[in-house]
Write a protein that binds this ligand. Structure first.
Ligand code: ADP
Length: 387
């Protein structure tokens, strides 16, 4: 303990040793060779950490940055021991030298431990060649996916578009049949015509919903969309349903966003009409529409006081054609929420549900303030930027 106290109290005291020049017999050549070599090593050891630090600052997000810092400190301290060896030729700072060597020892061991600890992780890191390979593979996969997606979209569009015309003919002829021969038809034939007309109408709604679903995300150019105006337009269109059900709709201030009008309309229209449709028979529907500014995104909520949804179906209802109720209970195609999810996904947001059966449901969805769809990424020069 006494030695320790003495060591630190006389840390800079050089009186116990002669300078190295006078310790033993040095020729000028031998001494200066020693000094010049140590100075070269020190200089190199100073530059290496500086390069490492610059690398860490320029290339943000480098994996295992802690190991880089440790390695930099280790090399810097090693360099310092060489500089002290030079100084000792004139000033015998042997205590400081011992202290720096001790620190170098500790940092060296910490570096070794870190290297062993992160070895597996480092082995798992991909080299730029491996990244290049993976990028190529992903580009191929994306191209394949885009192609099959375009084909599917085209198919859905053409199929639903072309189906509209024969369906219109069926509906028109059923109406004609009813008008011309309705009075002569027996009651059971009437029933058959009515069932066929209803089925044709259901098919018309299904085809329209499918068309809407296939159109989502097709447009590239964005325009400013005033959501207050958009919701007002939807409420105007649903006036009949609102009046018939004695519903009240409470709309908070909504933002204006750069987006596609039709995409946003699909989302709000589906969620509002579901709020009106899935109402409880005992209470008039009350729907609240809100938007919260969350710095980088808006969080929208549409709350109803309807029948509610059981927790186990919170994910399932967003899948296409998934319905929780029979046609006789509530009409529908099971496409509405899938369309909402498709829009929100394409815009880089999230959609989720909170609900209590018999109390009501809230649909939440977030939309980033700066929306970037795949079209925007495709327009930029590089997918991955260094800075
Ligand atoms: P659709 O309404 O045409 O059946 P959706 O995709 O809009 O299709 O909804 C899927 C299912 O989710 C509905 O069949 C219904 O069971 C349930 N659902 C949707 N919205 C609500 C809501 N607000 N309250 C209760 N259930 C809902």
């Amino acid at each position: 303990m006494d030695q320790l106290i003495e060591f630190f109290s006389r840390l800079t005291d050089t009186s116990d040793w002669p300078p190295r020049w006078y310790c033993g017999r040095w020729t000028d050549f031998h001494g200066w060779l020693y000094i010049a070599s140590d100075l070269m090593i020190w200089l190199a050891y100073m530059v290496i950490p500086l390069v490492l630090i610059r690398y860490l600052f320029v290339k943000k997000g480098v994996p295992l940055p802690g190991v880089f810092w440790l390695f930099g400190a280790f090399i810097l301290l090693c360099g310092l021991t060489h500089l002290i060896d030079v100084v000792i030729f004139w000033i015998p700072i042997y205590r400081i030298s011992a202290l720096i060597r001790f620190l170098t020892g500790i940092v060296s061991i910490a570096t070794v431990v870190a290297l062993f600890r992160y070895f597996d992780e480092a082995v798992g890191l991909r080299t730029s060649k491996e990244y290049e390979h993976e990028l190529l593979f992903r580009q191929q996969a994306v191209m394949e996916l885009t192609r099959s997606n375009e084909e599917l979209q085209q198919f859905a569009y053409v199929a639903s578009h072309d189906l509209q015309s024969p369906l219109k003919t069926i509906s028109n002829y059923l109406n004609l049949l009813n008008m011309k021969y309705g009075s002569q038809l027996p009651a059971d034939a009437h029933k058959l015509v009515e069932t066929s007309t209803n089925a044709a109408e259901r098919m018309r709604v299904l085809i329209n919903d499918l068309l809407d679903f296939s159109r989502v995300g097709n447009e590239v150019a964005f325009t400013p969309v005033d959501l207050n105006q958009l919701v007002a337009e939807i409420l105007e269109e649903q006036q009949a349903e609102i009046r018939a059900s004695d519903a009240t709709i409470d709309v908070g201030p909504l933002p204006t966003m750069m987006a596609h009008y039709t995409d946003f309309k699909q989302v709000f229209q589906n969620l509002i009409s579901n709020g009106l449709k899935y109402r409880r028979s005992t209470v008039a529907p009350h729907i609240q529409i809100r938007a919260i500014d969350e710095v980088n995104q808006f969080c929208f909520s549409i709350t109803d006081n309807g029948i509610g949804i059981e927790r186990q179906y919170f994910e399932r209802v967003f899948q296409i054609f998934q319905r929780l109720h029979g046609r006789n209970e509530f009409s529908g195609t099971g496409i509405g929420l899938a369309t909402c999810k498709k829009v929100v996904d394409i815009y880089g947001g999230h959609i989720w549900i909170e609900s209590t059966v018999g109390v009501g449901t809230t649909f939440y969805f977030t939309i980033p303030k700066v929306i970037k769809t795949i079209h925007h990424y495709a327009q930029t020069d590089t997918l991955y930027s260094v800075s």
